[in-house]
Write a protein that binds this ligand. Structure first.
Ligand SMILES: [Zn+2]
Ligand SMILES: [Zn+2]
Length: 251
């Protein structure tokens, strides 16, 4: 959770403000949306901010606004701003009573002690998920595993096959090793190129030509990179496999 310490409401010149606002900070008279506008940017946010799911605005040591983060975007510096703005704005959903994060933090003491930097972080229990290794402990925000547990989980599985060499041999026999066959051509209706809603059946090599063209020669299927799930579940296209094997021999 990003914990942001707000100051009192301040009138600012919209031409000087990175987000073009006329006021920033906190006032008890602001509606939740007005407070969101006045407080969701523009902040110097570290790497960690991008792993957090929630932002909590605090004023005078009390939680005043809870936001479920959708994404964090850099803001373009305004002409009047002092620095080549490396600031970001938090985009998200303002939470209301009944949401566990709202209920746990709004009107309650801030979860971290006062500090000089307006941006702080808190490992909120609401953001922790069970470690995917199955150990029963909870992970830090935005992580699938407790540090190191991914390695343990992986090597537990390698040991069930044998050595690392045995494991690689088994993987290649069962799944095939085609990391460069990683493109999905989105299934479309051939009449008009609109998505058919079906899921893709194969993955391809980029530029393999296994897409459809309309009468003017425009590509109908939009290519995109396969997700990790698709890399694991979709078969590689046979022709693409041969092309990939040839390319590997040529190397
Ligand atoms: Zn674990
Ligand atoms: Zn193909």
């Amino acid at each position: 959770m990003i914990v942001i310490t707000l100051g009192s409401e301040r009138i600012v010149d919209p031409t000087d403000d990175d987000l073009g606002r006329d006021r920033i900070g906190y006032s008890p008279t602001m509606s939740p949306l007005a407070l969101y506008d006045a407080s969701h940017g523009a902040w110097h946010l570290g790497e960690r901010a991008h792993r957090e799911h929630f932002a909590l605005m605090t004023f005078d040591g009390v939680g005043v606004l809870a936001v479920e983060i959708n994404h964090i975007a850099p803001v373009a510096a305004t002409s009047g701003s002092r620095e080549g703005s490396r600031r970001s704005v938090i985009h998200g959903q303002v939470l209301a009573a009944g949401h566990p994060v709202y209920d746990a933090y709004i009107g309650k003491p801030a979860p971290i002690p006062p500090q000089r930097n307006p941006i702080g972080y808190y490992d909120a229990p609401e953001e922790q998920t069970p470690c995917l290794c199955g150990c029963g402990e909870t992970t830090p925000a935005g992580k699938d595993f407790i540090p190191g547990h991914d390695q343990t989980a992986l090597h537990d599985r390698v040991r069930q096959i044998g050595t690392v060499q045995d494991f690689i041999g088994w993987f290649d026999r069962t799944h095939g090793n085609w990391p460069d066959i990683n493109v999905i051509y989105e299934p479309v209706r051939l009449e008009d190129g609109t998505p058919s809603g079906e899921s893709a059946r194969q993955r391809h090599r980029l530029g393999c030509g296994h897409f459809y063209l309309d009468s003017s020669g425009k590509i109908l299927n939009t290519p995109r990179i396969a997700t990790a799930e698709e890399m694991a579940s979709l078969k590689p296209c046979k022709t693409c496999k041969d092309a990939s094997a040839k390319a590997a021999l040529a190397r």
